[in-house]
Design a protein. Structure first.
Length: 253
């Protein structure tokens, strides 16, 4: 096997806890959904307590087989390309806690290349790609961290005047948040919180009466809240919607 050489180092201060980052690292399932511009599909090949093996497909590129190995005590992990483009290359990451919601990240990209010009070119492309991936990951981790924060109990009203008629309105009803959408000429409400990882559904596009979570691709029937992809989760129960004198009224189910 050819020796590996450092192509580039990427550093970043992430505004998320170390716990959220480890959770994100182990979460292979988000790759083709949250990072849809980079990856087309991902299949789990094997999983253990400290890593996984996946088959990852890009857009118009051959599949890669990647292996993740985590050293939780040491604050490090490594992603090795076992097959496909970049085979034998390694992404080595060191994580250092900076605070309750801050982590310093150092990423070294090692590849089987010796030519300095090639190393520089490949390294620059790696940094550009990884910056985009971390932008997307950090946004998810920060949103999830906020969603997991304890909240005061809020009672559910019998009736709420949501406002003038219009789809797209987001409103609070008790402890939940809901969005109005129009299906077959009627307004219905759905929870804007995915029950999987508490992902945001307030801007999720609707197709064939279903919405898809942008984080992991979970799909739900808006009318019923039930899973539409066989994964068994269900949206929080939504209030009944009626229109009275041009006003949208939400009622407890």
């Amino acid at each position: 096997m050819a020796a590996l050489h450092l192509a580039e180092t990427y550093t970043r201060d992430v505004r998320a806890s170390l716990a959220r980052i480890w959770e994100n690292v182990l979460d292979w399932e988000h790759l083709p959904a949250l990072h849809a511009s980079s990856f087309a599909a991902c299949d789990l090949l094997d999983r253990s307590a400290d890593g996984w093996r996946i088959r990852l497909r890009g857009h118009g590129t051959p599949d890669q087989v990647l292996r993740l190995d985590c050293d939780f005590d040491g604050g490090r992990y490594r992603v090795t390309t076992e097959a496909g483009p970049g085979a034998t290359s390694e992404i080595r990451v060191a994580l250092t806690k900076q605070g309750d919601h801050a982590t310093h990240v150092v990423v070294d990209y090692h590849i089987p290349e010796t030519d300095p010009a090639r190393l520089a070119l490949i390294g620059a492309g790696f940094v550009k790609a990884y910056e985009r991936l971390w932008d997307e990951d950090e946004a998810m981790m920060r949103h999830r961290e906020a969603a997991l924060a304890p909240r005061a109990w809020v009672g559910v009203p019998e009736r709420l005047d949501v406002g003038a008629v219009g789809a797209g309105t987001v409103f609070d009803f008790g402890a939940g948040r809901f969005r109005l959408v129009e299906i077959d000429g009627a307004l219905v409400a759905h929870s804007i919180v995915c029950p999987h990882w508490l992902g945001p559904l307030d801007e999720a596009p609707m197709a064939d009466g279903c919405i898809i979570c942008p984080w992991h691709g979970y799909r739900f029937d808006v009318r019923t809240g039930r899973s539409a992809d066989g994964r068994g989760l269900r949206l929080a129960a939504a209030p009944r919607i009626a229109v009275e004198a041009g006003r949208v009224i939400a009622r407890r189910t």
